[in-house]
Ligand binder design. Structure first.
Ligand code: HEC
Length: 117
């Protein structure tokens, strides 16, 4: 006698995988939400909308780490290029950067960030 163990038309196996799938989707959504809230929270805490790390040039990290030590960081797009060149000319004694970094910094700060345009 042959025992038929496999019943391909049984409706029973379906509900469990479905429930697992729903749980998985809910979990992924929750993780995404937590990550999103954490990212926004970090940004709000630092108080700089320009701190959106993506689509920023490498000089942005120099600016972030070096330019807030003595005064409130001068935000991109808030000073003219002439003003920046003038002020950063006086900064050569205050901050040690390479010449091309100064150039990048003036370019970065003289340009309004894309998000604010
Ligand atoms: C060692 C302290 C110090 C650091 C670090 C520093 N600054 Fe300054 N900054 C000053 C002082 C002091 C003044 C005011 C005197 C002047 O304008 O030169 C000033 C003024 C300025 C001004 C002109 C005033 C204004 O608000 O427009 C700009 C622009 C500026 N800083 C940008 C920067 C940038 C960009 C960096 C990062 C590379 C930086 N600073 C890092 C000390 C510092």
């Amino acid at each position: 006698m042959k025992a038929r163990m496999v019943r391909p038309c049984s409706p029973l196996p379906l509900p469990l995988p479905n429930r697992l799938l729903v749980a998985l989707v809910a979990l992924v959504a929750l993780v995404a939400l937590v990550a999103f809230v954490a990212a926004c929270g970090g940004e709000a805490a630092s108080g700089h909308p320009a701190d959106v790390a993506s689509n920023q040039p490498p000089i942005a990290s120099v600016w972030r780490s070096r330019c807030g030590a003595c005064h409130v960081r001068v935000e991109p797009g808030t000073r003219t290029r002439e003003h920046l060149e003038d002020a950063l000319g006086r900064h050569r004694k205050r901050v040690r950067l390479r010449e091309e970094q100064w150039k990048d910094l003036v370019g970065f700060l003289a340009t309004r960030p894309a998000a604010a345009q």
